[in-house]
Write a protein that binds this ligand. Structure first.
Ligand SMILES: C[C@H](O)[C@H](O)[C@H]1CNC2=NC(N)=NC(=O)C2=N1
Length: 113
């Protein structure tokens, strides 16, 4: 398990700093299956998971939702037949906080079978 996955979320505050370019470059290496993407100038982390049917995709999506509720930090989840796309960013700062990398790492611990 990566150290990130063992980390707790900090309380999200509107004045929290976004990760710097250097922090982003270092942190993204710890979650190699995730991509940093920009939408409407908002940096986000995105990964797509594959499943053998919709029922398994839905079950995984619900477990991601449980994780989000546990830590009070919520992703965008796109659930499709055989696919789930999870996107993490911090709404309050319209960008990436270390919490988002922590939650991406924790998402990777959810079983996909
Ligand atoms: C009131 C509530 O705790 C806040 O709105 C939390 C909820 N979940 C959140 N999730 C994410 N991704 N970003 C936030 O800024 C955020 N804020």
């Amino acid at each position: 398990m990566s150290d990130l996955a063992k980390t707790n979320c900090e309380a999200c505050r509107a004045d929290a700093p976004k990760v710097t370019d250097a922090e982003l470059a270092a942190l993204i290496k710890e979650i190699p299956d995730w991509a940093a993407v920009s939408e409407d100038s908002i940096l986000m982390l995105r990964r797509q998971y594959s499943f053998s049917n919709f029922k398994k995709a839905m079950a995984f999506s619900n477990r991601v939702g449980d994780l989000a509720e546990e830590y009070g930090h919520h992703p965008a989840i796109l659930t499709e037949w055989g696919k789930v796309t999870v996107t993490w960013w911090t709404h309050k700062i319209s960008g990436l906080h270390k919490n988002d990398f922590v939650m991406a790492a924790k998402t990777d611990l959810i079983p996909t079978d």
